[in-house]
Design a protein around this ligand. Structure first.
Ligand code: FAD
Ligand code: NAI
Length: 463
C-alpha cells in the first residue's frame, strides 16, 4: 500500500486531467490513473485533436484544388501525400499528449499507469497495486456505440478511430450517422476525393442543433458532393471481396435495398465507459443509459466518489468535461466550483463550420417562450466576400419581452470562433441590443454577429 492521496482521478481525458491539474493547483495531493499509453484521453489521442488536424489538412488540400483558383492562385501538378498528412496528424497528437505529461510533472500529479478499479470508497487498485485516497473522481469517458449486424473490424468497417487512420482514400465511404463524427470525418474523406454517402436514421442531420441551421448545413454539404440518405436505417453489413454491402431500410418501414461501399464508418453516438471500474460491487448507481448518476455537485450515491465528463449525463464534449473537472476539483478543495449548462457551445468543424449555444428555435417553441429572431447572411458581410466564404448566416434568438439572448446558431466561416462572442454575451446575461451597440471592428466576420443582433430589433443596416 502506497501513501494516501487526497484525490485519485480515474481517466486522464480532458475531464480527468483538468480535474487533476486544478486540484493540484489548489494544494491537494493528486494521482491520476490512466491505462492508455499516453495522457489526454479520447480527445487528444483519437478524438478532437487528430480529427481537427485532418480537417485542417484536407481543407488546405480542397482549397488548393478548388478555391485557390478563384483567388488567382493556379497550382499545377497538385498531389496528395496521405502518408505525410497522417504523419503530421500524429505529430500534432504527440505534441499535445506530451504537453499534458509536462503539466502533470509541473503540478506534481502522479500518473498511475494502468487500469483502475475501485475496491471500496477511498480504495483504488491500479494493475494490482493498491492506493488510498480521501476522494475519488471517475472520469473514464466514453467509447463508440455498436450496431447489431454491423461488426466493426477497424479495416473495412471502422469506428472514428479507424476512420482517422485510413491509409488510402476510399473510393466510396458510407457513413452511418449524420452527427458530429459522421459529418466531420465524411468531410475529410470527401475533400480528399472519396464519394461519401451519409445514412442517417432521422429525417435531419445533427439532431439537437437548430433545425433551420441543420437544413442549411445539409444543402451546403450536398453542394460539396456529399450524398444523404435521411430517414434510413442500416440493418446489416456484409463484408465481401467487393467491399462492404449495407442493407438499408426506410426508418418508417418499407422495402430494403443495398448500398455498396469500400469503407463503412459507424458513427451513431457514444456510450459511457464503466466496465472494470468495480461500480456494481460498491453500488455506484447508473441511469438507464449506463451513465454514472451524480447530483449537482458531481457526487455519486456513494460518499467520497464523484464523476464527471462523458461518463455522466450531458453533452459529450471535451470542454464540458473540462469545466466539470475544474468545478469538482474546486468543490473538493472547499471552493464554489460551478458549470453554467445553459451556455455550453457546440461546434462542428466542417467548412463552413456550424456552431450553437443556448436554446434552439424548436426548444423555445416547445417551452412556449415568446422570442424574436435576428438573422444575417454572410453574403452581406464584406470580410466573408473578401475571403470568398459567403455560405451561411448568423441567427440570434432573443426573449421577445426582455431582449435577453436565449440562443445563437451560426453556420459560416469560423462559426466556432464567432459563437464565443455570443456565448460570452450570454454568460453576462446580455440583451441583443448590448451586442448590437458594441462597436465591431471592420471588416470582420463578427460584424455579421452585430448585424444579426440589430436584426433582432428589425434594424439591420447592411441588408
Ligand atoms: P475521455 O477523453 O474519453 O477520457 C477517459 C480516459 O479514461 C481514457 O483515456 C481512458 O483510457 C481512461 N480510462 C477509462 N477507464 C479507465 C480505468 N478503469 N483505468 C484507467 N483509465 C481509464 N469534443 C469536443 O468538444 N470537440 C471536438 O472537436 C471533439 N471531437 C471529437 C472527435 C472524435 C472522433 C471523437 C471520438 C470525440 C470528439 N469529441 C470532441 C468528444 C471528446 O473527445 C469527449 O467529449 C472528451 O474526450 C470526453 O472527455 P472525458 O475526460 O470525459 O473522457
Ligand atoms: P452524434 O450523436 O453526434 O450523431 C449520431 C447520429 O447517428 C445521429 O444523427 C443519430 O440520429 C444517428 N443514428 C443513431 N443510430 C443510427 C442508426 N442505427 N442508423 C443511422 N443513423 C443513426 O454521435 P457521433 O457523431 O458518433 O459523435 C459522438 C459524440 O462525440 C458527439 O455527439 C459529440 O458529443 C462528440 N463529438 C464532438 C465533436 C465536436 O465537438 N466537433 C466532433 C466529434 C464528436
Amino acid at each position: 500500500m502506497q501513501d494516501g492521496f487526497d484525490l485519485i482521478v480515474i481517466g486522464a481525458g480532458p475531464g480527468g486531467y483538468a480535474c487533476a491539474l486544478r486540484a493540484a493547483q489548489l494544494g491537494l495531493k493528486v494521482a491520476c490513473a490512466e491505462r492508455r499509453a499516453t495522457l489526454g484521453g479520447t480527445c487528444l489521442n483519437i478524438g478532437c485533436i487528430p480529427s481537427k488536424a485532418l480537417l485542417q489538412s484536407s481543407e488546405n488540400f480542397a482549397a488548393a484544388a478548388g478555391h485557390a483558383a478563384e483567388h488567382g492562385i493556379l497550382i499545377d501538378g497538385l498531389r496528395l501525400d496521405l502518408a505525410r498528412m497522417q504523419a503530421r496528424k500524429q505529430e500534432v497528437v504527440t505534441a499535445n499528449v506530451r504537453g499534458v505529461e509536462f503539466l502533470f510533472r509541473k503540478n506534481k500529479v502522479t500518473w498511475l499507469k494502468g487500469s483502475a478499479r475501485i475496491t471500496a470508497p477511498g480504495k483504488v487498485t491500479v494493475d494490482g497495486q493498491d492506493y488510498t485516497a480521501r476522494q475519488i473522481v471517475i472520469a473514464s469517458g466514453s467509447d463508440s456505440l455498436t450496431l447489431p449486424g454491423v461488426d466493426v473490424d477497424e479495416r473495412q468497417i471502422v469506428s472514428s478511430t479507424g476512420g482517422l487512420a485510413l491509409a488510402e482514400v476510399p473510393g466510396h465511404l458510407a457513413v452511418i450517422g449524420g452527427g458530429y463524427i459522421g459529418l466531420e470525418l465524411g468531410s475529410v474523406w470527401r475533400r480528399l476525393g472519396a464519394e461519401v454517402t451519409v445514412v442517417e436514421f432521422l429525417d435531419r442531420l445533427v439532431p439537437g442543433m437548430d433545425l433551420e441551421v441543420a437544413r442549411a448545413f445539409e444543402r451546403v454539404l450536398a453542394r460539396q458532393g456529399m450524398k444523404f440518405r435521411l430517414g434510413t436505417k442500416v440493418t446489416a453489413a456484409r463484408v465481401g471481396n467487393d467491399g462492404v454491402t449495407l442493407t438499408l431500410e426506410p426508418a418508417a418501414g418499407g422495402a430494403a435495398e443495398t448500398l455498396r461501399a469500400d469503407i463503412v464508418l459507424l458513427a451513431i453516438g457514444r456510450r459511457p465507459v464503466t466496465d472494470g471500474l468495480g461500480l456494481d460491487e460498491i453500488g455506484v448507481a447508473r441511469d438507464e443509459r449506463g451513465r454514472v448518476k451524480t447530483d449537482e455537485h458531481y457526487a455519486t450515491n456513494v460518499p467520497g466518489i464523484y464523476a464527471i465528463g462523458d461518463v455522466i449525463a450531458g453533452p459529450m464534449l471535451a470542454h464540458k468535461a473540462e469545466e466539470e473537472g475544474v468545478a469538482v476539483a474546486e468543490l473538493l478543495a472547499g471552493q464554489a466550483g460551478h458549470v453554467n449548462y445553459g451556455v455550453i457551445p457546440g461546434v462542428v468543424y466542417t467548412w463552413p463550420e456550424v456552431a450553437t449555444v443556448g436554446r434552439t428555435e424548436e426548444e423555445l417553441k416547445a417551452a412556449g417562450t415568446e422570442y424574436k429572431t435576428g438573422k444575417f447572411p454572410f453574403t452581406a458581410n464584406a470580410r466573408a466576400r473578401a475571403m470568398g466564404d459567403t455560405d451561411g448566416f448568423v441567427k440570434i434568438l432573443a426573449d421577445a419581452r426582455t431582449d435577453e439572448i436565449l440562443g445563437a446558431h451560426i453556420i459560416g466561416p469560423d462559426a466556432g470562433t464567432l459563437i464565443m462572442e455570443l456565448a460570452t454575451a450570454m454568460e453576462f446575461g446580455a440583451s441583443a441590443e448590448d451586442v448590437a451597440r458594441t462597436c465591431h471592428a471592420h471588416p470582420t466576420l463578427n460584424e455579421a454577429v452585430k448585424e444579426a443582433a440589430l436584426a433582432a430589433d428589425g434594424r439591420a443596416l447592411h441588408i
